[in-house]
Structures are given as structure tokens and as C-alpha cells.
Design a protein around this ligand. Structure first.
Ligand code: HEC
Ligand code: HEC
Ligand code: HEC
Ligand code: HEC
Ligand code: HEC
Ligand code: HEC
Length: 503
């Protein structure tokens, strides 16, 4: 008789299993609701995703485990009670209809549950690869990178396209370092700013080159540079440069021009002296065809001996050696205000507006709200004091300029994370940061006396140049005429005077 009672009352009739079922049920309902929210809303919310695919399923599994644990505990309890007189393991007899039914139910449930779990893990995997996850979950930390990315040519390329790439091993690597990052975030010990270069950035061959074909022959590309002066009339200046991009190696041709450094026919390695690779004391170029090696040593204060070079860690040049800001582009105030003036977001008839806007953007601020308030206050004060008539008659222009300047600040300068154009210099040109001149400065000398040339026509030709409507160069192919006569400062580096902010 006691046997039958022991079997009739199912094992799951106990408090622990009951709580387990309750938790699992609430979790399942939550998941259903969150998945619905995620599917119906048009923009990705990182919190919904992490709740639906990571946190709540955790509770669901916990609930189910609790349910099973409760059953095991109950069985043990009954076994210890002599009146039940039970065998060690449950006796399953498929001839018993009840046994068969319970067995089939358990198997059926497990199959369904695991199928859903697989779908769920896939969604979770997909989700941790999404831009919303990478860019906004740790809102404050990734805010600068995400904002800059959203306004760049690669805004539609996922973060993982460049930071993870294809293949399982890099996925695991990125998730391991991601786990540490979550921990650093939770404890608030992450670095401000987040540093680059990214030490374990995947080589460009496996990321950039999955979309860009390095052999492509670009030929020369025309690029127009527009600037506005720091004078009362914001004098417009325009330079048309024919940039000799060249190419890796198109059929029948050899690599040449700027894309000569493409690791196709030639391999360039260098040894940097600083973390951000802004000073490069040693450069080596090896021709893959002939095997010829040329080594260039920087002369002067930062020079390194061959022994020091041999002991140092070297870096192979790839796309990111020049295109280090393909997406996280932090424009300098000089560049941003030029763009705003060019597109008429800021009215160029406002006297000294270039100088004033750059000046307020360049000041030190602790927080973004503080900066936005100060931009408004300083610009209004300047124009009330110096151009009271303008403030009276054309107040709207000033208000618009204030708004545009504030917008530049929120898009490009991030005081909370200490990120701005100075922290992340671009290596593509040479006007606002050393860029190409890190190597091409006439100071890197080979044994045979050759130098990495700074010749103004090596990389581009000036096709036309004008200032305030006046033509500065008339013959194509000529060299850039500097707006201000540099005299004996001709050989200085551009960045000795140009820093991206007021001069
Ligand atoms: C087109 C390729 C590309 C995409 C897309 C991309 N990044 Fe980057 N990211 C880079 C490169 C290149 C660097 C700089 C590497 C270096 O200097 O070593 C970088 C650097 C970073 C850094 C270090 C700080 C810095 O600015 O140098 C962070 C953080 C970062 N990326 C986050 C993200 C996030 C978040 C996304 C998606 C919202 C993303 N990245 C999308 C290419 C990319
Ligand atoms: C998933 C594909 C993809 C990956 C990965 C990718 N790019 Fe791009 N890239 C593009 C597309 C698409 C464009 C064209 C965007 C446009 O013109 O609107 C582009 C544009 C560019 C441009 C021209 C930018 C401009 O100002 O017009 C450069 C330079 C560039 N990519 C370099 C890189 C580098 C360096 C990397 C690796 C760090 C990289 N890309 C990774 C797809 C990709
Ligand atoms: C000795 C200091 C100095 C050096 C070195 C220098 N510049 Fe300038 N540059 C100036 C000044 C001053 C102006 C005028 C700014 C103004 O008042 O508008 C100027 C203006 C310019 C402009 C017009 C941009 C604008 O904002 O109106 C360009 C382009 C320019 N320089 C390019 C270069 C390049 C390229 C180099 C390096 C080859 C270089 N400069 C080196 C001081 C310098
Ligand atoms: C030596 C520096 C350097 C290296 C290395 C380099 N590039 Fe470039 N690349 C340039 C310059 C300079 C331009 C001209 C565009 C400019 O000035 O904005 C350019 C232009 C481009 C463009 C065309 C941009 C446009 O405006 O349409 C693409 C795409 C590009 N590079 C991709 C790559 C890829 C992919 C790699 C790696 C396989 C690479 N580059 C390696 C310097 C470099
Ligand atoms: C890490 C050092 C380094 C940097 C940075 C660098 N280069 Fe070079 N560059 C070299 C070396 C080395 C050579 C080959 C010199 C030789 O022929 O011995 C070279 C050659 C060139 C050539 C001549 C190619 C030919 O057809 O012979 C051009 C053009 C060029 N670079 C443009 C650029 C531009 C533009 C940038 C910046 C976007 C740049 N380089 C940045 C090291 C560098
Ligand atoms: C090693 C290659 C290289 C050499 C040498 C070089 N440049 Fe450039 N320069 C570039 C590249 C690349 C850009 C385009 C940068 C960009 O796309 O933003 C550029 C841009 C410029 C611009 C336009 C910048 C702007 O924002 O208005 C001027 C002006 C200029 N160079 C002047 C010179 C002068 C003057 C010299 C000789 C002292 C010189 N360059 C030597 C590679 C070079």
C-alpha cells in the first residue's frame, strides 16, 4: 500500500520544484514578451537584446534546474523513509502506460527545449555581434567611437566587420576580451580615453581586405580641400590636389603611387618609438620580387642604433598604418568649422566666425553640457560686445551659428571620455598630424644616402589653388603656394604651426 502512495504523489509535488516551475514560467513569459518587443520595434535597443537572449534565459535555466533538484531531493527524502521501500534508481517499465507516457513527455519536452535553446544561442551569438551591442551597451565608454562611426563612410559596416572578422577563433578571442571589458566597466576601471592602437586588432588582410581589393588600381584621384581664414572676412581658400593613389597591382602593371605600401610587391616594416606610432625611427622595405632590402634610419634626437632596432618589436605596415581613422574620425575644430562654413550650416558673412567658433571649440571643458552652455554664452558675448548692430539686425544668423557649433562639439569632442582630435590623430595626410611625414621627412636615411622623400610632388600635384576668388597657381603641376609666406620657416613641418585649432 505504501508503495502505491509513494508512486501516486509525483516527485515534483514539493516546494522547491514548485518555486522552480514558477521562476521558469515567469522567465518564459518574459522572454516571449521581450522577443516580441525586439521584433516589432524599428531600432535596436541593446538592453532588450541582452535581457531577452542572455539574462532572462539564465533565469529560465535556473528555474528548470531548481525543478529537477527539487525532484531529486524529494526522491532522496522518500527513499530514506522506510515506509516507501524503494529501489536505488527509478524503475522504468515501458509496459506500464504511465511510465511510457511520462518517458515520452520528458523526451519530447527535452527535444523542444534544446531546439529552442539552439535557436536562442544563435540569436544570442547574433546579438553580441550587433552594432547596438558593441556601440551602445556600455554607453558612456563607446559613445565617442560609436558617434564618430555613425557619421562615417563605414556607418553601415558592422563593428565586427573590422574588429572581429570571420572565423571562430577570433570570435572566441573577442568574447574573452569582451568579458574582461564588461568586468572593467562594472568596476569602473576602464581607461579614459580608450587607447589605440588596438593591440590585438586583427590584421587588415583579414578584415579590410574582405571588402576592399588591394590590387585595385586607383590611378590618380582629384580631391578638393576647402578652408576659411582666421580673418574678419573668413577668406575662402581652395586647393585642388591630384592625389597619386596608384594601386597594388592591376593586371600587367606594377604597384606604385601611394598604394605602393600594400604588401603585394613590397613589404614595409617599421619600429615605432611611442605607443601611438607617431615617431618612427626605423623603416625597412623589402621587394618581394627581387628580395632587395633597404633600411632607413631616422637621424636626430629620436635616432635608434641597429642593436636597439634588432631588440625592438617591429610592425608590418598594412591599411591601418595610414587609414587608422576609417570610421572613428575625430575632426579637428579647424576642419569641422570649415565644413560647416562650406555647407552654409554657419553663415560665412558673420565677421570672424571661423576664428571665434574654432576658439570656443578648442577651450577646455569638463562635461558636454558645460561646453554647450559656454559655446552659447561666449559667442553671444563676443558679438554683443563687438558687433552689436549685427546682434540686433541678424540675430537669427548668430543663433544658427551657435547651434551649428554646439552640434560640432557633440559630434567630435567627448570630454567625459577625454576623446578629441588630439588623442586620436589621423595618419592619412600631414597637415594636422605627422601622418605621412612620420617617414617621409627627408630625415630617414639609407646606407646609400637615399632618403624617404618629402618632395611636394611625390604624392600629389596641385591642379589649382585660389584664395578669396584670386588664382594662386596658374600652371597645373605646380607646387602648393602657402597662403602666408613662410620665408626661412619653409622646411618646418606643417604640424609645427597647424594643430587643428586656433593659430
Ligand atoms: C571600418 C572598420 C571599423 C569599423 C566598422 C569599426 N571600427 Fe573601431 N576601430 C577601427 C580602427 C582601424 C581602429 C584604430 C586601430 C588602431 O589605431 O590600432 C579602431 C579603434 C577602435 C577603438 C579604440 C579607440 C580608438 O578610437 O582608436 C574602439 C573602442 C572601437 N574601435 C570601437 C568600435 C565600435 C564600438 C564599433 C561599432 C560601433 C567600431 N569600432 C567599428 C576600425 C573600425
Ligand atoms: C564590410 C565591408 C567593409 C570593410 C570590412 C571595410 N570597408 Fe572600407 N568601405 C566599405 C564600403 C562599402 C565603402 C564605401 C562607402 C561609401 O562610399 O559610402 C568603404 C569606403 C572606404 C574608404 C573610402 C572612405 C571615404 O572617405 O570615402 C576607405 C579609405 C576604406 N573604406 C578603408 C577601409 C579600411 C582601412 C578598412 C579596415 C580597417 C575597411 N575599409 C574595412 C566597406 C568595407
Ligand atoms: C610657420 C608656421 C606654418 C607652417 C610651418 C605651415 N603653415 Fe600653413 N598656415 C600658417 C598660417 C599662419 C596660415 C594662415 C591662417 C589664417 O590666418 O587663415 C596658414 C594657412 C594654411 C592653409 C590654409 C588653411 C586655412 O585654414 O586657411 C593651408 C592649406 C596650409 N597652411 C597648409 C600648410 C602645409 C601643407 C604646411 C606644411 C607643408 C604648412 N601649411 C606649414 C602657418 C604655417
Ligand atoms: C601609405 C599609406 C596608405 C596605405 C598603406 C593604404 N592606403 Fe588607401 N589611400 C591612401 C591615401 C593617401 C589615399 C587617397 C585618399 C585621401 O587622401 O583621402 C588612399 C585611398 C584609398 C581608397 C579610396 C578612397 C576614396 O576616397 O575613394 C580606398 C578604398 C583605400 N585607400 C583603401 C585602402 C586599403 C583597403 C588598404 C590596405 C590594403 C590601403 N588603402 C592602404 C593611403 C594609404
Ligand atoms: C612607416 C613609414 C612610411 C609611412 C608612414 C609612409 N610611407 Fe610612403 N614609403 C615608405 C617607404 C619605405 C617607401 C619606399 C621607399 C623606397 O623606394 O625605398 C615609400 C614610398 C612611397 C611612395 C613612392 C612609391 C613608388 O612608386 O616608388 C609614395 C608615393 C608614398 N610612399 C606615399 C606615402 C603617403 C601618401 C603616405 C601617408 C599617407 C606614406 N607614404 C606614409 C614608408 C612610409
Ligand atoms: C608622402 C606623401 C606626401 C608628401 C611628400 C607631401 N604630401 Fe601633401 N598630402 C599628402 C596626402 C596623402 C594628402 C591628403 C590628405 C587627405 O586626404 O586629407 C596631402 C594633402 C596636402 C594638402 C591639402 C591639405 C589640406 O587640408 O588643405 C596640401 C596643401 C599639401 N598636401 C601640401 C604639401 C606640400 C607643400 C608638400 C611638400 C612640403 C607636401 N604636401 C608633401 C601626401 C603628401
Amino acid at each position: 500500500m505504501s508503495e502505491t502512495t509513494g508512486k501516486r504523489v509525483p516527485y515534483y509535488r514539493n516546494v522547491i520544484s514548485g518555486i522552480g516551475v514558477l521562476i521558469a514560467l515567469i522567465a518564459a513569459l518574459n522572454i516571449a514578451f521581450l522577443v516580441m518587443v525586439e521584433m516589432t520595434s524599428d531600432h535596436e535597443n541593446p538592453y532588450v537584446g541582452i535581457m531577452a537572449y542572455a539574462v532572462v534565459p539564465g533565469f529560465l535555466v535556473f528555474g528548470l534546474l531548481l525543478f529537477v533538484a527539487g525532484m531529486i531531493r524529494e526522491r532522496r527524502r522518500r527513499k530514506r523513509t522506510p515506509e516507501f521501500d524503494m529501489a536505488w534508481y527509478p524503475v522504468i517499465d515501458f509496459n506500464n502506460r504511465r511510465h511510457l507516457r511520462n518517458f515520452l513527455l520528458t523526451v519530447g519536452f527535452s527535444v523542444i527545449f534544446f531546439s529552442i535553446s539552439i535557436l536562442g544561442s544563435y540569436k544570442a551569438f547574433h546579438y553580441t555581434e550587433s552594432d547596438a551591442f558593441c556601440g551602445t551597451l556600455c554607453h558612456e565608454i563607446m559613445h565617442p567611437e560609436y558617434t564618430a562611426y555613425k557619421a562615417s563612410p563605414h556607418a553601415k559596416v558592422g563593428c565586427v566587420g573590422c574588429h572581429v572578422g570571420e572565423g571562430a577563433s577570433w570570435y572566441v578571442r573577442s568574447k574573452l576580451s569582451g568579458a574582461y571589458q564588461l568586468y572593467a566597466t562594472a568596476r569602473n576601471i576602464y581607461p579614459r580615453p580608450v587607447l589605440s592602437p588596438v593591440e590585438n586588432l586583427r590584421p587588415a588582410q583579414e578584415t579590410c581586405e574582405s571588402c576592399h581589393w588591394p590590387e585595385k588600381f586607383w590611378g590618380a584621384q582629384l580631391k578638393v580641400f576647402n578652408h576659411f581664414g582666421y580673418d574678419e572676412t573668413n577668406t575662402p581658400r581652395e586647393t585642388q590636389l591630384l592625389i597619386k593613389v596608384g594601386g597594388g597591382r592591376a593586371t600587367g602593371s606594377k604597384s606604385g603611387g601611394i598604394h605602393f605600401h600594400m604588401n603585394i610587391d613590397n613589404e614595409i616594416t617599421y619600429v615605432p618609438a611611442d605607443r601611438q606610432h607617431q615617431v618612427i625611427p626605423y623603416v625597412k622595405v623589402r621587394s618581394k620580387k627581387t628580395g632587395k632590402v633597404t633600411e632607413y634610419y631616422l637621424q636626430g634626437d629620436a635616432a635608434m642604433t641597429p642593436e636597439q632596432v634588432a631588440a625592438a618589436k617591429s610592425k608590418k605596415m598594412d591599411c591601418v598604418g595610414c587609414h587608422n581613422r576609417p570610421t572613428h574620425i575625430y575632426w579637428s575644430p579647424d576642419e569641422s568649422v570649415d565644413k560647416a562654413l562650406l555647407s552654409n550650416a554657419i553663415d560665412r558673412t558673420i565677421p570672424y566666425i571661423k576664428a571665434q567658433a574654432v576658439d570656443v571649440l578648442d577651450d577646455e571643458y569638463k562635461t558636454t553640457p558645460e561646453a554647450l552652455a559656454a559655446i552659447k554664452q561666449k559667442l553671444e558675448k563676443y558679438y554683443s560686445e563687438n558687433y552689436p548692430d549685427l546682434m540686433q539686425t541678424d540675430r537669427g544668423k548668430i543663433d544658427q551659428a551657435v547651434k551649428a557649433t554646439q552640434a560640432i562639439f557633440t559630434q567630435t569632442i567627448f570630454p567625459e571620455m577625454k576623446v578629441n582630435w588630439k588623442v586620436h590623430p589621423s595618419n592619412l595626410g600631414h597637415l594636422y598630424s605627422a601622418g605621412c611625414f612620420r617617414c617621409h621627412d627627408n630625415q630617414h636615411v639609407a646606407k646609400d644616402g637615399r632618403v624617404l622623400s618629402k618632395d611636394c610632388n611625390l604624392c600629389h600635384n596641385v591642379l589649382a589653388q585660389q584664395e578669396g576668388g584670386r588664382l594662386m597657381v596658374e600652371t597645373p603641376d605646380s607646387v602648393f603656394t602657402h597662403p602666408v609666406d613662410l620665408g626661412d620657416m619653409q622646411d618646418m613641418s606643417c604640424i609645427d604651426c597647424h594643430s587643428g585649432s586656433s593659430m
